[in-house]
Design a protein around this ligand. Structure first.
Ligand SMILES: *Cc1c(COP(=O)(O)O)cnc(C)c1O
Length: 432
């Protein structure tokens, strides 16, 4: 694609965008009455306009039906999650039975590790990416300790090579096969939160299985961002939060995936609760846990109707978009345009002030560009915010900008480049 660094080009791209109208489904934060160019959907997605309506509906149900809302009304709470499952499935490439909304992400990571991390005396290690999101590191360390192992012995981290920022697939595969006989679980992120690297999930899954290990993914930065085929890739389990690319609001509900091949496995441990009990028999309130078939059998507590209503409002926008394919088509171009525009800024400045550490190749990234600012990173970031461009800042020197295909435009990216250039010129001294 031949990009151009001018407003007319950006606007013509927006005019050709088949899903550009979906921007109108969202509310943009403002500063002094001017809407932000919001490039932070990788951290917290924008509020769908429908969010208030769905919450109001549920408040009315609660008001008018009270306890009867579980079984009465247009959409009884008892079965409320089923409508979500149908819309979640195409986002991650699963059947509706393989997914379920429940809890929050780190909680689900623990619950799934209870089932799928089954260490034995010879095979007790977990292999993961170095620099994983801290919550995942803490969850994994504490699970390992819970089973009586020392994280130093039981966790293998695959790190980038000296002088590189991202992982090479060949190094991940080699590390899995080198340690094969000792690995109980391969547990990776889908997309790394810091670098924006999208791992080759299919290759990792195959390598893990070849080594005799179980393979799971944390899809916090992947679900709703990149197209996934969890069922076909034979991933054993996965979980994600829905408040990043899936716009379900702060603290929004998480989703889990359990591959159908595990549905009949009665040897899996679970931390059970009444909501995972066979749905038809649940209210017989009998002794002895019998799980519901499918991912639903991992539920613990009763349906969280309010967070689910918010997630549902956003999932309906994904449905309007036609799910991942149209989104990904736009996303590839939009993020490539951001790479181009930041390079244009470097060119005009005459030196590489901004190093983009996210892989530029589209199969290795989603909708995020992580940028190391050589000079004055925090100051540049603050001034971008003052200019109404909201990305996020990661210590020590990284600006993350995430163009989200549901609500960002090519014009957003062009303007971001204009501001970035103006700010850079005003505060930086050239390096020769
Ligand atoms: C955002 C994120 C989390 C957050 O977990 P919560 O339990 O929702 O607070 C965890 N892991 C990863 C990889 C994330 O990106």
């Amino acid at each position: 694609m031949n990009f151009e660094n001018n407003l007319a080009f950006a606007r013509s791209m927006d005019l050709q965008d088949p899903i550009g109208h979906l921007r109108d489904e969202f509310l943009f934060p403002t500063q002094k009455n001017v809407p932000f160019i919001y490039l932070c959907g990788n951290s917290l997605g924008l509020q769908p306009k429908a969010a208030r309506k769905v919450l109001d509906e549920q408040l009315s149900n609660w008001e008018n039906l009270a306890v009867e809302g579980w079984f009465e009304g247009d959409n009884p709470w008892m079965f409320y999650h089923k409508a979500l499952k149908k819309l979640m499935a195409p986002l991650v490439g699963a059947s509706a039975a393989e997914v379920c909304p429940m809890n929050t992400l780190t909680v689900n990571l623990h619950l799934l590790m209870v089932s799928f991390y089954k260490p034995s005396a010879t095979r007790f290690k977990i292999i993961m990416e170095a620099g994983a999101f801290p919550s995942d590191q803490y969850a994994i360390e504490s699970q390992v300790r819970f089973h009586g192992y020392d994280p130093k012995d039981a966790i293998i981290e695959v790190a980038p090579r000296e002088g590189e920022y991202t992982l090479r697939t060949e190094d991940i595969i080699e590390s899995i096969s080198d340690n094969g006989a000792e690995i109980a679980l391969v547990l990776f992120g889908g997309v790394n939160y810091f670098t924006g690297q999208w791992f080759d999930m299919q290759a990792i899954t195959e390598a893990g299985h070849k080594a005799g290990a179980v393979v799971g993914f944390d899809l916090a930065h992947a679900a709703g961002n990149v197209p996934l085929q969890l069922h076909d890739w034979k991933v054993d389990f996965a979980c994600w939060c829905s408040y990043k690319y899936q716009n379900s609001g702060p603290g929004g509900i998480s989703g889990i995936f359990v591959h159908e091949k595990h549905f009949k496995d009665t040897t899996l441990n679970r931390f059970a609760g009444w909501w995972g009990y066979q749905e038809e028999q649940r209210f017989k309130m009998e002794k002895g846990f019998v799980p519901e078939a499918g991912a639903d059998g991992w539920q613990v507590s009763c349906t969280q109707v309010m967070p689910m209503a918010l997630y549902f409002a956003s999932l309906q926008i994904f449905e309007m978009a036609g799910f991942m394919e149209p989104l990904r088509n736009k996303s590839k171009k939009l993020t490539a345009y951001l790479f181009f525009i930041v390079n244009e800024v470097n060119k005009t400045l005459g030196f590489e002030q901004y190093t983009m550490i996210t892989p530029i190749t589209e199969q290795d990234r989603g909708a995020q560009v992580s940028i190391i600012a050589k000079q004055g990173g925090k100051e540049v970031f603050n001034q971008l915010v003052a200019k109404n461009v909201l990305g996020d800042w990661r210590e020590p020197n990284v600006i993350r900008l995430s163009p989200v295909p549901l609500y960002n435009s090519f014009e957003d990216i062009f303007l971001t480049g204009e501001y970035l250039l103006a700010i850079s010129k005003s505060i930086l001294t050239p390096i020769y």
